[in-house]
Ligand binder design. Structure first.
Ligand SMILES: Nc1ncnc2c1ncn2[C@@H]1O[C@H](COP(=O)(O)OP(=O)(O)OP(=O)(O)O)[C@@H](O)[C@H]1O
Length: 847
């Protein structure tokens, strides 16, 4: 049973869930609960166990959220002390603090606890899950006297080595036909790594294991099918006639023209037997399953034989690809794990896994006997938890009983971290363990009119989150604070949800640039006209810093920033990642510098030639290194770079290096080459200053290597110009838990699942190539997560939100959520909505 949350009724022992929508005060509630736990002895003086500040553990999701929480807790403790001392009544925390004060029996003790907590604030235990596990393992290693492992945050280079080890072990001596299939999936180790990067070090287990011999066996079977098909294909005229004569055949699809095209493709493959000519889509058109019940073995003898053989062929090719994908991921994971063990390294993902293993093992009694347990645990953003994380805190709760509390706070509508292993099923399973569920029903963040707008949007469909009754939308009520919040234009109340309609251009990036231009125009309008925000106390003019643009990816952040700069609007990217050592590109600088430092070293030359900026494959290396002249030419230019770096510094040398080595040309096939070069230059520029502080190149290289191993301990950080008055740009993921006055979502009309990556198929417990977008889109978990991302994005706004609308992108969560009929365009649907809803406005910028 769910009951409304009231701090005075909230018990301090047990396992509880607080589930509520965005902006309803979950984080606010968490810190109020923190205060009540802290004052437990003052509320119940008869309890003998003393609650200390560091008995209470708060876990949140990002470093940004953790530092926000610390600030809020300090503010709360100071306000609480002053309220208990009856020195103030003005505080946004007054009502809940006063409720706690009414329950406190020993006020003097309460003030003493507050004073001492303020003094010892450095003992506050607020962690991200990774931060908590890191500290836990460090402490436990001391207790168990085990050798602590080095934490490595940038795993790219280790993964790169793991892929190379795998590649050398299996592919260099693989059958040539198998190699052909492999190169249709990935032709270099780097390409393979790019596809499986995220899967190597997360908590997804090793799947069913296939030996390469087994894959080769399947390949022989595949070849035998080709042999059979080639024989049957000599009767192709008969096969075609039988198809044309099928009573229910789709004549528009199976017409003579198409058949001729398909015939040529099949001929090409059967004559060459090369896998690259195997056009599966064409073969499928002749498969038995494609004709369904239309053919039978008696009436369409030859067609039946042919289409059954095609079925087998397609099935086998899928199976071989599936086996190769699983083999590559599993084996690379294996090499990666072996490497980590040899080097005594631990990754961020391992932190959680290892901590959970300890909590699940006999060593848990070590935890019980030491101070490595937290009696009171408050978890924010619980919807983004995975099984390992939940296990840790659930066992901790059991170990710390009877005086223990596990308070889970979350909103399943905001679960957006499945790529990190977050699992909404864990959330639903955990609910079964809790003693009671509480909810919050008012929104405090946004203005009343904005809340009405959000309620209208998410009520357009019965099942807006596309997940049945597991996630429903309950309209939010405005709190008294929301009722007074308003934004005005020329002293008239402004509309709260605005749809910015723009044109679809011939290329995606042009469409994106156009909508950013329209966004910039709207920003100019807001800044130039008389637009103000009223929060119930103050009315102020909108400044640039009140405006935030939210996008999906870091690349989109850079695109927006670049475009705004051209339009002379100052902006800054709000990022969790501020460290150049997090970038995998830095290793390329190290390879280059190592060679400059020691040009005659052949090993360093090999590493340099294999770096990201040359299209050399490790297999090309031997022939390259055998050419005396090539080697001499490279060495000559390296000596030149040595002179430049000594005289003009790192950045100048990198600029000349890019130009002379024609790096742009090497990266010809790389769609992201501009970004790669931009990043490379940016990193070199950032490091240039530090480079000037080193006397020897060797020491600088050593410093860079240290930076890769523990980036968090390094300075300098990327020098983001942090301007007080600039438009903010952030990814939606980074904006979680935060709030902004005015939000722009320029690219929200667009959705694209990466088609060529590899996913883990939870149902079948295996890795597979990502599925294309199709009519089954509504069943696709990534699509459902995008709906939740849309929800998170919109609900960051306090006063107003602008949503980008462009027609022609059918499978977008925006289309889905506003119930856009397939016969209508998104912009038409939006215009209809705006006619019916007083909170909505259309800004039509189409021409
Ligand atoms: N009871 C309250 N009284 C006054 N202000 C409140 C109260 N609860 C929340 N707020 C304010 O409302 C805003 C949103 O609160 P909070 O960040 O806790 O919401 P949330 O539910 O955690 O949101 P999200 O799920 O989007 O992260 C904050 O500015 C907070 O200070």
């Amino acid at each position: 049973m769910k009951s409304i949350f009231k701090i005075e009724d909230f018990p301090l022992n047990g396992q509880f869930l607080i589930e509520a929508s965005a902006g309803s005060g979950k984080t606010f509630t968490l810190i109020i609960i923190f205060l009540k736990v802290l004052l437990k002895n003052a509320i119940h003086p008869s309890i003998s166990t003393k609650v200390k500040l560091d008995d209470i553990l708060i876990v949140t999701f990002t470093n940004l959220a953790a530092s926000e929480l610390s600030e809020r807790i300090v503010e709360l403790l100071i306000d609480a002390k002053l309220i208990f001392e009856e020195k103030i009544t003005e505080s946004k925390y007054f009502v809940p603090i006063n409720s706690i004060r009414n329950q406190v029996v020993d006020t003097k003790l309460a003030i003493t606890i507050l004073n001492s907590s303020i003094k010892n604030i450095d003992k506050l235990s607020i962690y991200t899950i990774h931060g908590f596990c890191h500290k836990f393992l460090y402490d436990i290693d001391e207790v168990l006297q085990t050798n602590p492992m080095d934490l490595i945050s940038n795993t790219y280079n280790l993964k790169k080595r793991s892929v190379s080890i795998f590649w050398k072990k299996y592919y260099l001596k693989a059958d040539s036909q198998l190699l052909e299939i492999i190169s249709s999936l990935w032709s270099t180790p780097t390409q393979l790594l790019n596809k499986i990067d995220k899967l190597i070090d997360n908590s997804i287990p090793i799947t069913e294991y296939y030996k390469i011999e087994k894959i080769e066996e399947n390949l022989s079977y595949f070849n035998s099918k080709i042999y059979l098909i080639r024989e049957l294909w000599t009767h192709k005229e008969e096969i075609f006639d039988e198809i044309f004569n099928l009573p229910c055949i789709n004549k528009r699809k199976y017409n003579r023209r198409n058949m001729r095209v398909w015939q040529n493709k099949i001929d090409l493959f059967l004559n060459s037997s090369e896998f690259q000519n195997f056009d599966k889509e064409v073969f499928v058109k002749f498969s038995l399953s494609n004709f369904q019940d239309q053919i039978n073995s008696n009436e369409n003898k030859i067609l039946y034989q042919f289409s059954s053989a095609i079925d087998n062929l397609v099935f086998k090719s899928n199976q071989i690809i599936d086996m190769l994908v699983n083999h590559a991921v599993n084996e690379t994971k294996n090499s990666f794990n072996i490497l980590k063990e040899k080097l005594n390294l631990i990754t961020y993902d391992d932190l959680i896994k290892r901590t959970s293993e300890i909590f699940n093992s006999d060593d848990r009694y070590v935890i019980k006997e030491t101070s490595n347990k937290f009696p009171y645990v408050l978890i924010d953003e619980f919807q983004d938890t995975d099984q390992n994380q939940y296990d840790i805190f659930n066992i901790n709760y059991e170990l710390a009983k009877p005086e223990s509390l596990l308070c889970l706070i979350g909103d399943p509508k905001q679960s957006i971290y499945s790529f990190r292993g977050a699992d909404i099923d864990v959330y639903h399973a955990a609910i079964k363990n809790v003693n009671q569920i509480f909810y919050l029903d008012c929104s405090f963040r946004s203005s009343e009119k904005f809340i009405e707008g959000i309620n209208s949007i998410f009520s357009l469909r019965e099942d807006p989150f596309c997940i049945g009754n597991r996630i429903t939308y309950q309209s939010l009520l405005p709190s008294p604070i929301s009722k007074v919040k308003t934004w005005f234009v020329n002293n008239k109340e402004n509309k709260t949800i605005k749809f910015l309609i723009s044109n679809k251009m011939s290329k995606k990036h042009e469409t994106f640039e156009k909508i950013i231009k329209e966004t910039a125009n709207e920003i100019y309008k807001i800044l130039d006209s008389n637009v103000s925000l009223y929060d119930g106390n103050n009315k102020k003019h909108v400044q640039k810093k009140d405006i935030t643009i939210l996008v999906r990816t870091n690349d989109e952040c850079l695109l927006v920033k670049k475009k705004l700069k051209q339009l002379e609007i100052e902006s800054e990217i709000v990022s969790n990642k501020k460290n150049v050592f997090e970038s995998h590109l830095i290793i390329n600088i190290i390879y280059l510098l190592e060679l400059i430092d020691d040009p005659s070293n052949l090993q360093k030359l090999s590493s340099f030639l294999c770096c990201d900026f040359f299209a050399n494959k490790p297999s090309d290396l031997n022939s390259l290194l055998e050419e005396e002249k090539t080697i001499e030419a490279i060495r000559a230019s390296i000596y030149e770079y040595r002179k430049i770096i000594i005289n003009d510094g790192l950045f100048a040398m990198i600029l000349i290096f890019i130009e002379r080595e024609r790096i742009y040309e090497h990266l010809q096939s790389d769609k992201d080459r501009n970004r790669l070069i931009d990043d490379f230059l940016y990193i070199s520029e950032t490091l240039n200053e530090e480079f000037n502080n080193f006397y020897h190149l060797k020491s600088f290289i050593r410093w860079l290597c240290e930076g890769i191993i523990s980036p968090e301990s390094m300075s300098p950080q990327e020098t983001h110009e942090s301007s007080e008055d600039a438009i903010k740009i952030s990814t939606i993921h980074n904006s979680k838990g935060l709030e902004y006055s005015i939000v722009f979502l320029p690219f929200i009309f667009y959705f694209n699942i990466k088609k060529s990556s590899i996913d883990y198929d939870i149902k079948n417990k295996r890795y597979c190539l990502s599925k294309k977008l199709d009519k089954e889109i509504l069943k696709n978990p990534l699509f459902k997560e995008e709906i939740r991302l849309l929800y998170v994005a919109i609900t960051r706004a306090i006063y107003g939100c602008y949503l980008g609308v462009v027609d022609g992108y059918n499978y977008s969560p925006l289309n889905y959520i506003i119930n856009c009929d397939t016969n209508k365009t998104l912009s038409d649907e939006v215009k209809c909505l705006c006619n019916l809803n007083e909170n909505f406005e259309v800004i039509d910028k189409t021409y």
